[in-house]
Ligand binder design. Structure first.
Ligand code: ZN
Length: 306
């Protein structure tokens, strides 16, 4: 056997183990939102990077009403990332960006939709297939069924009505519906989430979707989905309806489920973020995350934004 081959084997093993330790590249998209994205994107970035599993970059779209030139200059390279996380709810993206994004997810890219990202793009068919269900933006029974869990099973309510609703913000208990999924495995069956909006009556095509966790809505008295996974082509989508404001995201439960959901969307497995943190919330007690130097968002106005 020629000597170079003998030397090549340990070298190859070394390269492989180095690659395995490299953080997963994640791209956060923001720039327009009826929520304070300038304040919440740094929290999302910290939530991911503090796990050590991710390296995060942010791409910011032009502001609302920007000229076409500004939009034409915005050309995110989705394919360079293992997962894309959306903190965006605004104007439609240019057609080439939409086409790139569709191709990215369809061919196996990971996508994570956070809170009002599911308000986005009511007219974009493939986007709605990716998120499964969404709210507002004129969504109604034509958009698809209202999705929730009834008697332990996923239930599609096809009755007429608008999509998207929530009551006043409050702390609420998140209940795991599938404890066997990599994203939820080992987490407490019920945990108290920090003050947030409890999204309800979400509607959409709801294809290839599984609800992983729910919360009982005061508004609808149904188990409304908080955490969902969707298969779209070869791509995996993690959809969290949680995260209205920074104080909703600065929550160990939000952090852990975002990390696991993003890893799963990126790779199809949860290994790097599987350890359950000692300070994970219980059914009785929230677990806020302290982020040094973070400007505290003002408390919600009397009339809450979506
Ligand atoms: Zn909101």
């Amino acid at each position: 056997m020629p000597r170079p081959f003998l030397f090549a084997l340990p070298l190859l093993a070394c390269i492989t183990s180095l690659q395995a330790a490299e953080p997963l590249k994640v791209l956060i998209v923001d720039g327009q939102n009826n929520h304070k994205w300038e304040i919440t994107t740094p929290v999302l970035k910290h939530a991911l990077e503090s796990s050590g599993a991710f390296q995060v970059r942010v791409t910011t779209t032009p502001p609302k009403g920007a000229p076409a030139d500004a939009w034409n200059a915005w050309q995110p390279k989705f394919a360079d990332y293992a997962a894309v996380v959306s903190n965006y709810n605004g104007e439609p993206w240019p057609a080439p960006v939409r086409a790139d994004f569709q191709a990215y997810v369809h061919s196996g890219g990971g996508f994570v939709s956070v809170h009002a990202a599911n308000n986005s793009f009511p007219e974009w068919k493939e986007y709605n297939q990716m998120i499964g269900v969404g709210g507002w933006g004129g969504r109604n029974e034509v958009s698809g069924p209202w999705l929730y869990v009834k008697d332990g099973k996923l239930f599609r309510n096809t009755s007429a009505g608008s999509g998207g609703a929530h009551g006043p913000q409050h702390e609420f208990v998140v209940e795991i519906q599938n404890p066997e999924h990599p994203i939820t495995r080992g987490l407490p069956a019920r945990w108290l989430h920090c003050k947030d909006e409890l999204y309800s009556r979400l509607r959409g095509p709801a294809e290839n979707i599984e609800i992983l966790a729910t919360a009982k809505s005061d508004l609808t008295a149904e188990n409304e989905p908080n955490l969902m996974v969707i298969q779209h082509g070869k791509g995996r989508v993690f959809h969290t309806t949680l995260g209205h404001a920074d104080y909703s995201m600065l929550d160990r439960g939000f952090y852990e489920t975002l990390q696991r959901g993003t890893e799963w969307a990126a790779t199809g497995a949860v290994t790097r973020t599987a350890e359950v943190p000692a300070d994970f919330p219980t059914a009785e007690k929230t677990s806020p995350v302290l982020l040094e130097g973070h400007p505290k968002q003002a408390p919600p106005a009397a009339k809450p934004a979506r």
